[in-house]
Ligand binder design. Structure first.
Ligand SMILES: *Cc1c(COP(=O)(O)O)cnc(C)c1O
Length: 430
């Protein structure tokens, strides 16, 4: 039996309806932009495997550093102990973060990084004896699949079975094009209404990924951060997706004039090598947990907190992020995306009528298709597209009616052109 056959008898996959999609492609190797299946077929990984492997697969430099760390120290309990990779990573991340960020808390993934930020903000107010239990978030946001992260994510089909277990969140519109003012007004309204009960405002800065790569306005978001600061509401930038060059700058927050109180990282953090999360915060947050009374401690931790091997992978990825070559690649991909966008939007383009909107930010390109009926995740165009692109040797999984690219930075112009051409071919078939 091959991998696909052995797998389908015993494994339950994420976001997979096994009745409709029982077969998983068996992957045996990854190299740069490509993954190879057990029959030798090559796929261009156009979404960096769920937005993680920013430098490409099985990067030799990361592999070397990870292997060295494995032989030095594979893991140690992180309460009462520390180690070089964690200290160095925290030092180097803080140099990249906005200056107000002063402390690093490690966890396991993007969802836990969000849980930690939410718990820090709730407990901050608890420790001060001021009960603040509500949170503001953007409609269409996605922050993860654990309960706290789910509560602050857009409520829809995915969260429906758990709705009654999710805490109170005040949802406002993100400041997307045409809604910049309205979004700020909605924030002000929530604050004037319930301001004294609101502990924090969490958002995906500038790009709402899972919602379909929806881009919003940096000035409006900066203004919202300012308003929250004036009203003693913590701001939490969930950079799990947008961090590490994805939006053209190191962090999406670097596009803002006002800086958040906390930041969440994961996905590209380890260069996609393994799971790790980071939550950073200001001295103000950290200091509220300092006390002679142990009850004010932040009682949160995971078995693998600050795993040295994950830290070593992150440090290697940081080395790569600091190379000029990486930033040249990021700019090159952005420019290529833009040219393709202009070409498709031009009057002569044959597929223009099938497209609702094309969005581009940094290395992200999203093509939203016009649809008549269901525009959600459950859109049937999606299944057609997945199969079409797999047949072409391209790994793309549209978000509903949005076909998008989030490629590893090492992708070549030739592979990008091949993907663009395939997208046009698919649109012509529709
Ligand atoms: C993917 C994602 C998460 C969740 O991260 P996991 O590692 O999948 O738990 C949280 N926030 C954003 C913005 C994400 O894109």
């Amino acid at each position: 039996m091959n991998l696909t056959q052995r797998d389908k008898r015993i494994i339950w996959h994420p976001y997979t309806q096994h009745r409709l999609n029982p077969d998983s492609i068996g992957i045996v190797k990854g190299k740069g932009t490509y993954v190879f299946d057990e029959h030798g077929k090559k796929y261009i990984d156009a979404l960096s495997s769920w937005w993680t492997c920013i430098h490409g697969h099985s990067h030799p430099y990361i592999a070397k550093k990870v292997s060295k760390q494995l032989k030095q120290l594979e893991h140690v309990i992180f309460a009462g102990f520390t180690h070089e990779p964690a200290v160095e990573l925290a030092e180097r991340l803080l140099k990249k973060f906005p200056k107000n960020q002063k402390r690093i808390f490690f966890s396991d993934n993007g969802s836990t990084a969000v849980e930690v930020a939410l718990k820090m903000s709730f407990q901050y107010w608890y420790n001060k004896g001021i009960p603040k239990t509500k949170v503001i978030a953007f409609k269409n946001d996605y922050h993860g699949d654990t309960f706290g992260a789910m509560a602050v994510s857009d409520r829809g089909a995915f969260s429906k079975p758990f709705e009654s277990h999710l805490f109170d969140v005040l949802f406002i519109d993100a400041p997307v094009k045409g809604k910049e003012k309205e979004s700020v007004i909605q924030l002000r309204y929530q604050i004037s209404n319930l301001g004294s009960q609101i502990s924090s405002f969490i958002f995906e800065p500038l790009v709402q990924g899972v919602a379909g790569m929806i881009v919003h306005n940096a000035e409006a978001l900066s203004e919202m951060i300012r308003i929250c600061r004036e009203n003693q509401i913590f701001t939490i930038a969930d950079e799990v997706f947008t961090g590490f060059g994805r939006t053209g700058k190191f962090f999406a927050t670097d596009h803002l004039t006002d800086k958040p109180d906390m930041m969440c990282l994961s996905k590209g953090l380890t260069g996609g090598t393994m799971a790790m999360g980071v939550t950073s915060c200001t001295d103000e947050v950290f200091d509220a947990f300092l006390s002679k009374d142990r009850i004010n401690t932040f009682f949160h931790g995971h078995s693998f907190t600050a795993n040295p091997v994950a830290c070593a992978a992150s440090l290697a990825s940081m080395d790569l992020m600091e190379q000029k070559e990486t930033w040249k690649r990021i700019r090159r991909i952005g420019n290529k995306h833009n040219k393709f966008k202009l070409k498709v939007e031009s009057q002569k383009s044959k597929v223009k009528g099938k497209i609702q909107e094309i969005r581009r930010m940094g290395t992200i390109l999203a093509i939203e298709l016009k649809t008549s009926g269901e525009t959600s995740y459950f859109n049937s165009i999606r299944d057609k597209a997945v199969k079409f692109f797999l047949d072409k040797g391209i790994l793309l999984r549209p978000l509903g009616n949005v076909i998008y690219l989030v490629p590893p930075y090492c992708i070549t112009d030739k592979d990008l052109d091949y993907i663009y051409d395939s997208i046009l071919e698919f649109l012509n078939l529709l």
